[in-house]
Design a protein around this ligand. Sequence first.
Ligand SMILES: [Mg+2]
Length: 174
Amino acid sequence: MTKVLFLDIDGVCNSEEFMRAEHERTGRMVILGIDPKPAALVRQILADTGAKLVISSTWRHSEHDLQVIRDQVHPDIYGITPRCASRFRGDEVRAWLEEHPEVGPYAILDDDGDFHRGQHLFQTSFKIGLTQEIADQVVKSLLLQTMAVDSYPKVVAGDGEPWQGLRTKATDNS
Ligand SMILES: [Mg+2]
């Protein structure tokens, strides 16, 4: 079963701290960009869990920005979330999941909180971005969700076809 990581960029793969450090190092103002440290943590999450990458950041609206993500975060982008009229990121994640029944376990990395209750959000801060601690929580969640899916009883139906059990999806209580 496919697992995905929904990734925001600003406040996750860059931060206020990163921009300040770059300014001190280069003497130039750095606006946003990609900090190699959190980018490496994202690659570690994907490697440890086998999850695929879905971009939920506004960076997804620019082909140039998507290429920067491929070059500096991860070369394979599995998808991008749609733009919903509400501009509510929780709606955009939900709409993407509805179009992708192959996906079970998922986690969301974002520094904003505009998601539905029950969605698997791991919130970073714009001040420091993605930390090792949060990355570890994401890995644990994806692995636990995968175990939960795998432990559903597989009963053989009358026609001999194994029943694959229910698929897990975020319960939306909004
Ligand atoms: Mg952000």
